[in-house]
Design a protein around this ligand. Structure first.
Ligand SMILES: Cc1ncc(COP(=O)(O)O)c(C=O)c1O
Length: 307
């Protein structure tokens, strides 16, 4: 793990403040009860300067998460867009991971979050590939978790709520303790759901597939990007449930996510995935890189240029 390197500024409740002054009270409501929603967004260096990837879709998901949790954000999408751009400019960074978060702040304790003010912050830091650059190049070793993905009847999976990530952290810690790099969680009916912070794709007989939203996953923006790119390139694609066993018999498997990018899975529970070659995964990685680094004219509308 690489510790966060402090940057210059964090946007907190409408103002850019010095990194060390972005503080909250220890009785912040959301800290106690997991009542917070967040996003993970990336900014990349392009020939025309830093560009934020699919900012609009990330902020839409942020607003939908807030709506699901009846959280009234005191800022509009336009204000959050401007705040994000100001943040990137004021920190003078090119490649960064951007983290908007809204949470029930310091006010009252007890389980009704509506009695506490909503606080909103946006921070950024430099973050390489979440599962490591070696993982992106050589693939990671995954295990099927004994922890079941949060059921959609308990915690809505498409709202990116901080509470969901206690489930993710249990799976992640279990995977690391078992000597693996990452987990794959099944859902409550035993079908593959997703990683703790990534979606999962499978390739079998040249057909690319990923579990549908109804499997109880976060509808990832990288997942959507991969689906669109696959369709454009004529890669056969299906949204379909698959079993744990179908992980073992896949020709290729990979994770997708803003943090993880496109990371091949080379092993699941000590069974090698396919024959060690990942032609579809490599093609998807190349296409994704072209898009996020502004080298694909057709997809420039997915980029918000910072300057
Ligand atoms: C649980 C979960 N699934 C999937 C993803 C991938 O989503 P995205 O591609 O939008 O980053 C994430 C990351 O946000 C996540 O936390």
């Amino acid at each position: 793990m690489v510790p966060i390197r402090p940057q210059k500024k964090i946007w907190l409740d409408g103002k850019l403040v010095p990194w060390d002054q972005a503080k909250v009270h220890v009785l912040t409501h959301g800290l106690h009860y997991g009542f917070g929603i967040f996003e993970g967004i990336r900014c990349h260096g392009t020939d025309k300067g830093p560009a934020i990837f699919r900012l609009e879709e990330h902020l839409d998901r942020f607003l939908n998460s807030a709506k699901t949790y009846r959280m009234h954000l005191p800022f509009s999408k336009k204000e959050l867009t401007e705040a994000t751009l100001d943040l990137v400019r004021s920190n003078g960074v090119t490649d960064a991971y951007i983290r908007p978060i809204a949470f029930s702040g310091y006010g009252e304790m007890g389980l009704d979050p509506t009695r506490s003010p909503v606080q909103v912050a946006i921070a950024l830091w430099e973050w390489g590939a979440y599962l490591g650059q070696e993982g992106v190049e050589k693939g990671v070793r995954a295990t099927v978790s004994s922890w079941v993905r949060n059921d959609a009847r308990s915690l809505p999976p498409q709202a990116k709520c901080t509470a969901n990530y206690a489930n993710s952290a249990l799976a992640k810690m279990e995977a690391l303790a078992g000597g693996y790099d990452e987990a794959i969680l099944l859902n409550s009916v035993g079908m593959v759901a997703e990683g703790p912070g990534e979606n999962v794709f499978r390739v079998r007989d040249k057909i690319l597939s990923t579990p549908p939203a109804s499997s109880g996953i976060l509808r990832g923006i990288t997942r959507d990007t991969v689906i669109q790119l696959a369709k454009e390139r004529g890669i056969e694609f299906q949204r379909t449930d698959f079993t744990r066993e179908e992980l073992f018999t896949a020709d290729e498997l990979f994770y997708t996510g803003t943090a993880a990018g496109i990371t091949p899975i080379r092993e699941v529970d000590r069974r090698a995935v396919g024959d060690g070659h990942y032609p579809v995964t490599r093609q998807v990685q190349r296409l994704y890189d072209e898009v996020i680094y502004g080298r694909s004219p057709k997809h420039l509308s997915w980029l918000t240029f910072v300057s």
